[in-house]
Design a protein around this ligand. Structure first.
Ligand SMILES: [Zn+2]
Length: 410
């Protein structure tokens, strides 16, 4: 036990460095579409993670498909992912991952951190997930300082596109899932400090409606109004809420229209679907197909839908429960009460789980109001959660056979 305790205690000495790293990284704008900021962030991460050793590289991602404001399919570039693989031939191999992108674009006022009080840091991405990167880093540094480090292999992936649904990095996550025995993802805990258990699935879709332009005064009767047609469609999408247990549809964005004296010929609606059962995917797809076809027949417009399910639901199966319980055991050793509950939020933990990798995906710090201009981090949770992961890694390293999950490795 003594070989475990000393590196764990060392984490307390890193408290100041952890908060400084969290501030530094949160003050770099790395919105998913800010390629310059993502490059800056990746460079900072390379500097900080390099001393850990292992094989480090930045990986180019393929562009993502999206629908632009003219309703056409276009491709947009993504940032680069950071990969580090250490001791790939160890008997037990652990995946550790989190994202470097945030939802806060350069056009938003929320750009810098501020200390609200001695225990609270506010800022863009402080909890989701810049401090998660810090927690992961310090836990790995503690592991590497321990006598058991050589008994365990690890692989890190820090992706730049998670807030978009990991469109470019999902194939990398699938490879990571195949190469490792279990996974830890450093999303923040839920607002009450619980870990995430079951997670819903998620899908992002767009519907493009095309009508016919006309002068609103002279030839109104010749127009086909894409916006009013879209209004019908939106009402029908919204009516799906409550029809299927656990499935929700959130109409999130609507675009269309120009001059007030012109019948609009284009409307675009973007929406997100959350669901608990993978059978909901086929149901949603056929409902959407039907709504779009009926709209065309009834309103005389042309309509098409785009998009896909980006994260399957993540259940807590027997192995996931075993891993959660092991995390809770480590919490008990540290005097931290660890609980978990289900959430509608999705993350790369869903994608890893779908690819066969048992994982706990909220090993990051505690905080709240994520994705909002009041996002905050509870500073004390930085060392607390780094100790939790470090202890888990050291216990796994000390006793790999107990925890070796033999499935899903190559
Ligand atoms: Zn996140």
């Amino acid at each position: 036990m003594s070989s475990i305790i000393r590196p764990i205690d060392w984490i307390d000495s890193q408290a100041q460095r952890m908060i400084e790293l969290a501030e530094h990284w949160a003050n770099i704008n790395s919105a998913s579409d800010n390629l310059h900021g993502l490059e800056q962030m990746a460079a900072a991460l390379v500097d900080t993670f390099s001393p850990l050793g292992g094989h480090l590289k930045l990986i180019d991602l393929p562009p993502r498909d999206t629908i632009d404001s003219t309703g056409h399919a276009v491709q947009k570039p993504l940032g680069r992912a950071l990969s580090i693989i250490k001791r790939p031939h160890a008997r037990l191999r652990v995946f550790l991952g989190i994202h470097m992108d945030t939802v806060f674009g350069l056009d938003q006022p929320f750009q810098t951190t501020q200390r609200l009080d001695a225990g609270t840091l506010q800022g863009p991405g402080v909890a989701d997930a810049k401090s998660g990167i810090v927690v992961m880093l310090i836990a790995l540094e503690a592991l590497e300082r321990s006598e058991v480090a050589d008994l365990i292999g690890w692989e890190v992936l820090i992706n730049p596109d998670e807030e978009l649904g990991s469109p470019g990095s999902t194939p990398l996550l699938v490879q990571c899932a195949r190469r490792n025995h279990l996974g830890l993802v450093f999303e923040p805990t839920l607002a009450d400090g619980s870990l995430a258990g079951e997670r819903k699935g998620s899908g992002n879709f767009a519907v493009v409606v095309r009508g016919r332009s006309a002068h609103a005064g002279r030839e109104f009767h010749l127009g086909q109004n894409a916006i009013t047609a879209m209004a019908h469609l939106i009402t029908e999408l919204d009516a799906l809420n409550g029809r299927f247990e656990g499935l929700t549809v959130n109409v999130a964005q609507v675009e269309g229209g120009r001059a007030l004296n012109t019948v609009p010929n284009l409307a675009i609606c973007r929406f997100n679907v959350r669901y608990v059962d993978s059978r909901h995917e086929a149901i949603m797809q056929s409902e959407l197909e039907q709504i779009v076809r009926q709209l065309e027949e009834r309103n005389g417009v042309r309509a098409e839908w785009h998009g896909s399910f980006i994260a399957p639901p993540k259940p807590v199966d027997a192995q996931a429960l075993r891993l959660l319980e092991h995390v809770a055991d480590c919490g008990r050793d540290l005097g931290v009460d660890i609980t978990w509950r289900s959430t509608g939020g999705v993350c790369d933990g869903n994608r890893l789980s779908a690819a066969g990798l048992t994982n706990v995906d909220s090993m990051g710090p505690c905080g709240g109001h994520i994705h909002s201009p009041t996002e905050y981090l509870l500073i004390d949770s930085l060392t607390e959660r780094a100790k939790l992961t470090a202890l888990l890694l050291m216990k796994l390293a000390s006793d790999p056979m107990t925890w070796l999950m033999t499935k899903n490795t190559v």
